[in-house]
Write a protein that binds this ligand. Structure first.
Ligand code: SF4
Length: 387
C-alpha cells in the first residue's frame, strides 16, 4: 500500500512539473489525467524540453515499466517529433580483423579464451576493405563500420595507420565512416578524427553492476574513458548495449540510465539482442523476446530523443512485423549485409522487401550534420553548465 501510494505521488509530482505546451496547443493531460503512465509523462516532457541528462534511475525505470503498448505509443510520438519517421539509416559492419582477441567478453565468439571454432585472421588488406565498402554503398548503405577484435590499438602502430588510410578513402567515397577497435587513447581519437572518422562505436554492454559478470579484462570506467576521448576529439559517439546476457531488468534500466546521463547523449545507441554462440559462456541463454526489445527501444527513444536508435544484433531472429514494431517504437537505424562481424545478419533481399512493404526510406549520409551532430544534442543541463 505504501509503495502504491509512493508511486502515485511520484507520478503526481512528475505531472506537477509539466505545463501545457504552447507548441502543442493543448494540455496533454486534458483528457486522461488519471491514467497517464510514466512513459506518457516523460515522452511529453522530452518533446517539450528536448534532450536532458539529469534523468534519475527511478524516472528511467518508471518509463521502462510502463504498460508496453503505452510505452510503444509514446516512443513513437517522440520518434515522430524528432525524426523523419520513415527514414532508416542503413549501416554495413565489416570485421576487418577477426578473432584472437585477448578480452573475455562472455558473449563474444572472437575471444581467444573460448572454443567457438572461429579462425583468427589478420587485418584485411586495403583492396578487400575498399571492395566491401564499394559493395555496401551500391547496396544502399550510407555508413560503413569497420570492427577489429582488439583490446585496444596501443602498440599496433602499423595496423592503426593502415586503418587511418581506410577511413580516409571510404570517406572520400561519400560514405560516413565508423570504427570499433576497442579502447582508444586521446591521441588515437584525434588521429581518427583528422582522417575523417564520423563515429566511433564502443558499447557499455550492460549496467555497471552487472558488468563484472560479463567482462573482467577491462573496467566499466575504462569504457567510459574511451567514450570521453571520442567525444573530446569531436567524433560522434555510438554506444549502447546487449540484452539477453542473463541480466535483470534493473540492469537494462541501469544501462539506459548511464547512457542518458552522459554529458551529451550518444548520437547512436545500438540495442543488441544476444546471439548466443556455441562455445561461449553464454551459449545457453534463452533468446530475447520482441517485447523486451520494444521496451528497450522505446525507453531509449524517450530518454535520448535525438539519438539514432539502432536495431542491431539479433534482428535476424525477428520477423518483419516484429521489426516493424521496433521501428514504430523508435528504432531508426539497422545493420545491413550478410554478417554482423561474425554472426549471421538479415538477408539483403529481405531487407529491401521490408523497406518497400513498410514504406521506409534509406537515410542519406549527412556529413555536415554528422560532423556537427553532437551540437544540437547537447542537453540543456550541459549547456547551462558551460555557461
Ligand atoms: S567483444 Fe570485442 S573486446 Fe570483447 S572479446 Fe569480442 S572482440 Fe574482444
Amino acid at each position: 500500500m505504501a509503495t502504491a501510494t509512493a508511486r502515485m505521488l511520484t507520478i503526481q509530482s512528475l505531472r506537477s512539473r509539466l505545463r501545457p505546451s504552447a507548441a502543442l496547443g493543448h494540455s496533454f493531460f486534458s483528457t486522461s489525467t488519471v491514467s497517464a503512465s510514466a512513459a506518457a509523462v516523460e515522452a511529453e516532457r522530452s518533446r517539450r524540453d528536448g534532450p536532458r541528462n539529469d534523468w534519475s534511475r527511478d524516472e528511467i525505470k518508471s518509463v521502462y515499466d510502463s504498460p508496453v503498448l503505452d510505452l510503444l505509443f509514446h516512443g513513437a510520438q517522440v520518434h515522430r517529433h524528432f525524426h523523419k519517421f520513415r527514414e532508416v539509416q542503413q549501416c554495413t559492419l565489416l570485421s576487418i580483423k577477426t578473432g584472437g582477441c585477448t578480452e573475455d567478453c562472455s558473449y563474444c565468439p572472437q575471444s581467444s579464451r573460448y572454443e567457438t571454432g572461429l579462425k583468427a585472421q589478420k587485418l584485411m588488406n586495403k583492396e578487400a576493405v575498399m571492395q566491401a565498402a564499394k559493395q555496401a554503398k551500391e547496396a544502399g548503405s550510407t555508413r560503413f563500420c569497420m570492427g577489429a577484435a582488439w583490446r585496444d590499438t596501443v602498440g599496433r602502430k602499423t595496423n592503426f595507420n593502415q586503418i587511418l588510410e581506410y577511413v580516409k578513402e571510404i570517406r572520400a567515397m561519400g560514405m560516413e565512416v565508423c570504427c570499433t577497435l576497442g579502447m582508444l587513447e586521446k591521441q588515437q581519437a584525434e588521429e581518427l578524427k583528422k582522417a575523417g572518422l564520423t563515429a566511433y562505436n564502443h558499447n557499455l554492454d550492460t549496467s555497471r553492476e552487472y558488468y563484472p559478470n560479463i567482462i573482467t579484462t577491462r573496467s566499466y570506467d575504462e569504457r567510459l574513458e574511451t567514450l570521453h576521448h571520442v567525444r573530446e576529439a569531436g567524433i560522434s559517439v555510438c554506444s549502447g548495449g546487449i540484452i539477453g546476457l542473463g541480466e535483470a531488468e534493473e540492469d537494462r534500466v541501469g544501462l539506459l540510465h548511464t547512457l542518458a546521463t552522459l554529458p551529451i547523449h550518444p548520437e547512436s545507441v545500438p540495442i543488441n539482442a544476444l546471439v548466443a554462440v556455441k562455445g561461449t559462456p553464454l551459449q545457453d541463454q534463452k533468446p530475447v523476446e520482441i517485447w523486451e526489445m520494444i521496451r528497450m527501444i522505446a525507453t531509449a527513444r524517450i530518454a535520448m530523443p535525438k539519438a539514432m536508435v539502432r536495431l542491431s544484433a539479433g534482428r535476424v531472429r525477428f520477423s518483419m512485423p516484429e521489426q516493424a514494431l521496433c521501428f514504430l517504437a523508435g528504432a531508426n537505424s539497422i545493420f545491413t549485409g550478410e554478417k554482423l562481424l561474425t554472426t549471421p545478419n538479415n538477408d539483403f533481399d529481405a531487407d529491401q522487401m521490408m523497406f518497400k512493404i513498410l514504406g521506409l526510406t534509406p537515410k542519406a549520409p549527412s556529413f555536415a550534420k554528422a560532423e556537427e551532430e553532437h551540437e544540437p544534442e547537447i542537453c540543456k543541463e550541459a549547456l547551462s553548465s558551460v555557461g
